[in-house]
Write a protein that binds this ligand. Structure first.
Ligand SMILES: [Zn+2]
Length: 634
């Protein structure tokens, strides 16, 4: 049996920071890695754990909480959060925390514990892909070296040297960021790399050269893409060049030119400055998101090694995910002009939507962080940083900027404008903070503000404006959340299940998972549709199929909601001293419950469901009642 992820080759093609080939690791190696990786040791690197009885407790890294509900059990080598119901084993913890795929996670742990993984066996297509990628990386590395060398040492690099000197860059910074200069000629890079055996066609495939347009009757040939520009090498967290950004020195256009998108480069998947920021973000506990290359360099030079920038585009979800590998908090520090404000609102909304804590740093007296640092210095920047305001308050400020006084309808409009952001806030304390902020700012009572926002939470007002679409989207997501809550224990038929049966089923699954009762014993008393809770059926299917259960139960299970459910069952407080007796009690309870419910009881339950609005459940019961009556049962 092998473990692999189908979509790995897709990730490869996307050319982002997530790169891997389809790779299978033998099961016994995966098991060895799991056995050697103690879950308490591993999680302790991320969460401060305190021993409590046979478990460890800590503050959950997957949701915000003040009292610990995140539990790690060394005997079972699993974790489970009683707050957000996330659970799993050492692999799923790292996959979730680091945003790694399964193979990356096993590789990381194997390396840590000195376990040698077998050589990757690649298909011919994968081998070819890997060869192409290595060549692509090699060419980019040589090109970076060429631009850098021109900037530092060659006479034709003089304009670049002047540019960076004027911007206050010292040689150390130039080296740290591998900055470069593309000279004012058509074949600088072509010539330099042909000496290393790179053909013009290869350079064109890598996006660094262009083929001359034949239709204009000029001679055949290729020319450099980057000319007469300072060059910013885009380095990923492995310090490998994945692309370039080039900036003109005069007023010609385009001001910035990026590497084109290729199989191995998608600018929406990378952030400038990441080669240093992946450590800096961890150290600072947040990412500083700027707009430009020079901002990142200036910020990192000033000690903010957590600074990154999107590559001349609006922030993308993939870039946000890249940040999320290292932190859940972002401070946005974009340009202070109108365009920068609009971009800040967009980035803030995206980040907030993805669950980040987002603060906005507005700089006054300078157009961007680079200029601010030069004008006012690091100390002033730090003071400003301490004053960064939450995204929702920033959005409020932007709205009131143009209107110093607001009429009553305008106040109501403004509260409704911010309501979609406020209802999204998970923490009730934080939410009330915003409601209080609005009540103070607008001179309204807290009750009225909360009423207005709560009204929005339930039923958005119909309005034929552009924002209606946005509000409806919001409404749907709130509704979905309710549905998910209601269906916490959905049954295969859709009817609700008595608590006693749910409990008995969970105990049975625990007995099976801990191998206290063999699966065959349950199968002896088997009837079709035995499991009344859909999740339990799925877990049982899994137990039946899986070879290894017990403490290894989770290792071969794909991480996801089902795995969290298993972790929950494994961690529940149950008295398991007498498994046989427990087994018989549970079976008795399940059988009696499903047999003894009379038609009258079913009808009563149906009415209850109808009242609670669960029409699907009520209909399922109605069907059952009908069938019983037809078959002559009472
Ligand atoms: Zn949690």
């Amino acid at each position: 049996m092998y473990y692999y992820l189908d979509n790995l080759s897709k990730i490869w093609h996307r050319g982002g920071e997530l790169q891997a080939v389809d790779y299978r690791i033998p099961e016994e190696i995966v098991e060895e890695v799991r056995l050697r990786s103690d879950i308490v040791d591993t999680i302790s690197e991320y969460v401060r754990l305190q021993r409590k009885g046979k478990n460890y407790l800590g503050l959950c890294p997957f949701h915000a909480e003040k009292t610990p509900s995140f539990t790690v059990t060394p005997d079972k080598q699993i974790f489970y959060c009683f707050g957000c119901h996330t659970g799993g084993n050492v692999f799923s913890f790292l996959m979730k925390k680091e945003n790694w795929n399964f193979v990356e996670t096993v590789e990381h742990l194997a390396q840590k514990h000195g376990i040698v993984l077998p050589e990757k066996e690649l298909s011919p297509r994968e081998k070819e892909q890997q060869t192409r990628r290595r060549r692509w990386e090699e060419i980019h590395d040589w090109a970076t070296g060429y631009f850098h060398e021109v900037l530092l040492h060659r006479p034709e690099g003089e304009p670049g040297r002047q540019y960076f000197q004027q911007r206050g860059m010292d040689e150390e910074t130039i080296k740290q960021f591998r900055l470069g200069y593309a000279p004012d000629r058509w074949d600088g890079l072509l010539e330099a790399l042909s000496a290393r055996g790179v053909s013009p066609q290869e350079l064109a495939q890598a996006g660094l050269a262009l083929e001359r347009d034949q239709s204009e009757g000029r001679s055949r040939g290729f020319y450099d893409r980057f000319r007469k520009r300072v060059i910013f090498a885009i380095l990923d967290s492995r310090h490998k060049t994945v692309g370039f950004g080039g900036r003109v020195l005069d007023h010609s256009t385009p001001k910035y030119l990026n590497s084109p998108e290729t199989a191995f480069f998608n600018k929406g998947h990378h952030l400038y400055g990441m080669h240093r920021a992946h450590q800096g973000i961890r150290e600072h506990g947040f990412a500083l998101l700027a707009e430009g290359y020079m901002d990142v360099i200036a910020l990192q030079k000033a000690g903010f090694k957590n600074a990154v920038a999107s590559l001349g585009t609006a922030l993308t979800r993939d870039q946000a995910k890249l940040i999320h590998r290292y932190t859940g908090r972002v401070v946005v520090v974009y340009d202070s002009d109108q365009a920068g404000t609009q971009a800040t609102l967009r980035a803030g909304e995206l980040l907030q939507d993805m669950g980040f804590r987002v603060d906005i740093l507005r700089l006054s007296g300078a157009k961007d962080p680079d200029e601010y640092l030069k004008t006012f210095g690091v100390e002033e920047f730090n003071k400003a940083l301490a004053q960064a305001e939450p995204y929702i308050q920033f959005k409020y400020q932007v709205h009131v900027q143009t209107k110093p006084t607001l009429s009553a309808p305008e106040k109501a409009e403004l509260v409704r404008e911010l309501a979609p952001d406020i209802v999204k806030v998970q923490s009730p304390v934080e939410r009330e903070g915003y409601e209080r902020f609005l009540s103070l700012e607008l001179g309204l009572t807290l009750d009225r503000v909360q009423e207005e926002i709560a009204g929005f939470d339930r039923k958005p007002s119909k309005k034929a404006s552009g924002e209606e679409l946005f509000r409806n989207k919001q409404d749907i997501s709130v509704k979905n959340r309710d549905n998910i809550n209601r269906c916490a224990n959905p049954t295969p038929s859709g009817a609700s299940v008595p608590d006693g049966v749910i409990r008995a089923e969970r105990v049975l699954l625990r007995l099976l998972l801990e191998q206290l009762i063999p699966v065959s014993e349950l199968k002896d008393q088997w009837v079709e549709g035995f499991w009344k809770v859909a999740y339990h059926q799925q877990i049982f299917d899994y137990i039946e199929k899986a070879r290894c259960i017990g403490n290894g139960a989770l290792s071969s299970m794909e991480s996801g909601p089902l795995q969290s459910k298993v972790a929950q069952i494994m961690l529940e407080d149950m008295e398991l001293a007498n498994p046989q007796r427990l087994f018989h009690d549970c079976m008795k309870q399940i059988h009696s419950m499903s047999e003894e419910e009379t038609v009258e009881e079913l009808q009563a339950r149906m009415v209850e469901l109808e009242k609670s609005g669960d029409l699907t459940g009520a209909l399922a019961l109605l069907k059952e009642i009908g069938e019983r009556l037809r078959s002559g049962e009472k």
